[in-house]
Write a protein that binds this ligand. Structure first.
Ligand SMILES: N[C@@H](CCC(=O)N[C@@H](CS)C(=O)NCC(=O)O)C(=O)O
Length: 212
């Protein structure tokens, strides 16, 4: 089975997928896409969002759909907790990042705010910092409920939640958000970054990272 990941170095949804592919030690070809709005890219993903996974010439959009597919095709090692309730809690954590927070720092949303709505840079930064604070507080509380029982978010091995958390922390840092109120998330983030799977997935390790 040939896997090709169409993405961009600083594409946090793509980084989630890279992390999961690496955790499962799956070989894939990274296909850098410089602009998601290019007609050639829209032909494979009409949503105009990165990433897209190509599996033997068939295309799958949306990082979470991709991650679920990878887990189904290659269940071992799993990137899910074994217990179904814990698994659902992990999905709820991941959804908070992927469905509720990440779209707000998307380039097209920020462009709409500054262009169509005329919002200034400072106003947009304040708006984003507000949503980071709301969401990260909820994420921190959901980890606090585990009472330090796990090395990573929801298990002693990294799961999809960790693959979502680390790129989102990069986003928050890129936008200068204060993360000091979230010590549990920061500790897990540090542990993840010690792993080769996370290191190889980092933006600066990709062939399209500027200056490489
Ligand atoms: N829900 C989508 C989000 C994808 C997404 O927002 N990708 C961003 C980059 S991280 C993108 O393609 N942005 C293009 C743009 O904003 O114009 C997923 O999980 O794949």
């Amino acid at each position: 089975m040939q896997l090709r990941l169409h993405a961009r170095y600083q594409n946090s949804a793509g980084q989630r997928v890279r992390i999961v592919l690496n955790l499962k030690d799956l070989a894939y070809t990274y296909v850098p896409v410089s602009k998601a709005s290019d007609p050639a890219y829209l032909a494979i993903n009409p949503q105009g969002l990165l990433p897209t996974l190509e599996v033997d010439g068939r295309f799958i959009a949306q990082s979470m759909a991709i991650v679920e597919l990878i887990e189904e095709l290659h269940p071992d090692p799993s990137v899910m907790p074994a217990d179904p309730i814990r698994r659902a809690q992990m999905r709820a954590f991941a959804d908070l990042i992927c469905a509720d927070l990440h779209p707000l720092n998307n380039l097209r949303v920020r462009r709409y705010l500054s262009g169509t709505m005329g919002a200034g840079e400072q106003a947009i930064a304040g708006w984003y910092a507000h949503w980071v604070a709301v969401t990260f507080s909820a994420l921190e509380q959901s980890i606090a409920r585990n009472d330090g029982a796990f090395r990573y978010c929801f298990a002693d091995h990294p799961t999809v939640a960790d693959a979502c958390l680390v790129p989102q922390i990069d986003n928050a840092r890129r936008f200068d958000c204060d993360l000091s109120p979230y010590p549990r998330l920061l500790q897990i983030d540090r542990r993840c970054r010690e792993l080769e799977a996370f290191q190889r997935a980092a933006p600066e390790q990709q062939v399209d990272f500027p200056g490489t």
